[in-house]
Design a protein around this ligand. Structure first.
Ligand code: CMP
Length: 139
């Protein structure tokens, strides 16, 4: 059975571009419920830990430096079939090839600055939600 939560991060460039509100509005319009949310800045070490499955890929260093160089907003989102529905809403990793009206098409710039992160499986959604939030921080 598909899980009910996914984890997103609104990436630094999207916040600095003034698109935090626009992105949250798209997410809420699509029927997701915000179960937890915080604005923070990751240390380089924390970004490396979050993205450790990509350690060794050519984009690991620029990605983790970028993600620790400005503010992010981490959010647990709740909905039936959350992981898959959210990935449909955000579009493909590369915003230039993403479907029209997806979050990455509207607010992303390139594969690194692609506006938002979205969990790729129910298992990772749980791990990623636990990375950012204690049980006391969820509603
Ligand atoms: P995100 O959903 O945050 O998860 C991994 C990130 O790696 C991805 O979004 C992209 O920003 C970044 N990335 C950069 N280059 C690539 C690539 N070639 N393939 C996949 N992810 C990439």
């Amino acid at each position: 059975m598909a899980g009910r939560i996914t984890l997103t991060m609104i990436k630094p460039h999207a916040i600095e571009d003034g698109n935090l509100g626009n992105i949250l509005a798209k997410i809420l319009e699509a029927g997701f419920r915000i179960s937890a949310m915080k604005l923070l800045r990751l240390s380089l070490k924390q970004a490396q830990e979050f993205y450790k499955i990509h350690d060794g890929r050519e984009f690991y260093k620029p990605l983790t430096e970028f993600m620790s160089n400005g503010p992010i907003v981490a959010v647990i989102l709740e909905k039936e079939n959350a992981v898959q529905d959210f990935r449909k809403l955000i579009g493909t990793t590369d915003p230039t090839t993403a479907e029209e009206d997806t979050i990455r098409k509207l607010f992303g710039l390139n594969t690194k600055e692609n506006a938002v992160h979205g969990s790729d499986s129910d298992e990772n959604a749980k791990l990623e939600a636990d990375f950012f939030f204690s049980l006391l921080e969820r509603y």
